[in-house]
Ligand binder design. Structure first.
Ligand SMILES: Nc1ncnc2c1ncn2[C@@H]1O[C@H](COP(=O)(O)OP(=O)(O)O)[C@@H](O)[C@H]1O
Ligand SMILES: [Mg+2]
Ligand SMILES: [Zn+2]
Length: 510
């Protein structure tokens, strides 16, 4: 008899329904799978067979043909274990005819018949919902993730027997209840707060501007100055995570297999800090299975590159596409997939090999050519995407022993959120979301400057030797500074402050 069972496959974050046909015919007992890669097939056959037998069912002593349609999708076999097993049981009349109709079955089987967690469930369920599929059986380990998708019926099962008992109505599984999402940003989540950072008012101000306008930042300063500590505080001043943003992040983390299964959804913005030995595929995404990389895992959050010059040149250059487009495209032999990769980049670096160049308190022992070589390791495409550069020097003893705590992150966050609201209003109906993403058209429209500001800009172009690109960056940052002040127009003091965040161009990269 021929049976049909519904499964689901993912290509990147896009899902597609797959129909699995099982046919039993007399002949030499064997299982043939049509339409899956060999290695996947072999493992899947063994798991399905053992799971069926170890769950106490009869395994057909017949020729089993299994066909996956459409043929061009897939092809990660493990997720098809459950529907394949149910298809076989159905074809062999171990369960009522067609009782699996109307369900999408998802899950990897262990040899003993228990259901294992699968990756990418959130993406599958949302795609399934959009394509009109209503009922799902999922591994119980995945149930938290499934509980955040509204508008579908989900039945979580621990093993093959539970699935069979549910489908044949012997012992129905209760429908999974949906959960409420809470993405409120609370500083207690992070164990750091800007209030704990002594001094460093200029750096804190720069990071506030950066988060408010979505600008990327590079911090330059000697070891121990507090750069890493400052970077870690950035999340504490970011806006609450909306449900839509959380779903985007969760899909990516789930596909990559790094989602906390007990949480089921990401509730805080990600902070990713890959080591400088990272490879391009690990950063951008790729490997054999076209998995998302660090840039996508950092989506809607922060990507922190500590000691930027230590990263390879090709690694830094590979950031060009995500920094420009907010997405990455990964091409593999079998498929091309796209993942979102929209993050705030925070970079930090020493100004020279010994770390003390430009420091007030310590002596640099490097030669000018050593300094040039070190700084020269980062260049072009990378620097072009940095709106704000700041020097961070170690704090003085006076600042260090000062008992007074700084302004708490919560207060700073309130100002950031106000600016984000202004931006939402300003860019309503356009692709641009933050000031940092403004196109040249947007800049024309939203960054008009008066005569005085124009003069200042001209003067600094000459003095600092700025490029036109740098000029646009200054205007974008000045827009954010004006927004923080609640000012519609960009004033000369906003331009003046924005220019300061370019001063390292002249010092290091000219
Ligand atoms: N401004 C500061 N206020 C409080 N602690 C600081 C400050 N600057 C540095 N520290 C302390 O010094 C340590 C080293 O700072 P770190 O952020 O690692 O410096 P860097 O990354 O610049 O080398 C931090 O863990 C922190 O405890
Ligand atoms: Mg550091
Ligand atoms: Zn030095």
């Amino acid at each position: 008899m021929l049976t049909k069972t519904k499964a689901y496959a993912l290509k990147g974050l896009e899902g597609q329904a797959v129909e699995i046909e099982v046919d039993l015919t007399p002949g030499v007992p064997a299982m043939e799978m049509v339409g899956l890669p060999d290695a996947v097939v072999k493992e899947s056959k063994d798991r399905v067979r053992s799971a069926i037998i170890n769950s106490g069912f009869d395994y057909p002593i017949k020729r089993i043909t299994i066909n996956f349609a459409p043929a061009e999708t897939k092809k990660e076999g493990a997720i098809f274990d459950l529907p394949v097993a149910i298809g076989i049981l159905s074809a062999y009349d171990q369960i009522p005819t067609n009782c699996q109709d109307g369900y999408v079955l998802l899950g990897e089987l262990s040899l003993d018949g228990s259901l294992r967690k699968i990756n990418g469930l959130m993406a599958i369920l949302i795609s399934g919902l959009q394509n009109g599929y209503k009922k799902y059986i999922v591994p119980k380990e995945n149930q938290a993730e499934a509980s955040f998708v509204d508008g579908i019926e989900v039945y979580p099962a621990s093993n093959l027997s539970e699935v069979v008992n549910h489908l044949s109505n012997v012992s129905p599984i209760p429908r999974l209840e949906t959960k409420k999402f809470n993405g409120k940003n609370e500083t207690s989540k992070y164990g750091v707060d800007f209030a704990d950072v002594k001094g460093q008012l200029k750096a804190k101000r720069a990071l506030e501007i950066a988060v408010a306008g979505g600008h990327n930042v590079l911090m330059v300063g000697p070891p121990g100055a507090g750069k890493t500590m400052l970077a870690k505080c950035v999340l504490t001043i970011m806006p609450d995570l909306s449900f839509e943003e959380a779903v985007e992040v969760t899909k990516i983390h789930s596909v990559a297999g790094v989602l906390d299964a007990s949480q089921g959804i990401v509730t805080s913005r990600p902070f990713r800090s890959p080591h400088h030995s990272i490879t391009v595929p690990a950063l951008i995404g790729g490997d054999r299975r076209a998995k998302p990389g660090e840039v996508s895992l950092a989506h809607n959050g922060v990507l922190f590159l500590d000691e930027v010059p230590e990263y390879g040149r090709t690694v830094l250059d590979s950031l060009r596409q995500p920094l420009e487009d907010g997405v990455v495209t990964i091409s593999r032999v079998l498929q091309t997939v796209e993942y979102p990769a929209c993050f705030t980049l925070i970079g930090s670096m020493n100004p020279c090999p010994c770390g003390n160049y430009g420091s007030k308190n310590k002596e640099c022992t490097c030669s000018p050519s050593q300094i040039r070589n070190y700084i020269g390791r980062i260049s072009g495409p990378f620097l072009d995407r940095i709106d704000i550069q700041i020097e961070v020097d170690g704090i003085s003893f006076g600042e260090f022993k000062d008992k007074a705590s700084g302004e708490p992150s919560e207060k700073i966050r309130e100002r950031v959120v106000k600016v984000r609201e202004i931006e939402r209003e300003r860019f309503k109906g356009s692709k641009t979301r933050t000031n940092s993403e403004m196109t040249n058209e947007d800049i024309k429209k939203y960054c008009e400057v008066d005569r005085e500001s124009q003069n200042l800009l001209e003067l600094s172009f000459a003095k600092l030797g700025l490029s036109a690109r740098a000029g646009f960056r200054i205007l974008r940052v000045a827009r954010t500074i004006a927004d923080l002040e609640g000012s519609d127009s960009i004033k000369v003091e906003h331009i003046a402050e924005a220019i300061q965040y370019r001063s390292l161009d002249k010092k290091y990269w000219k």
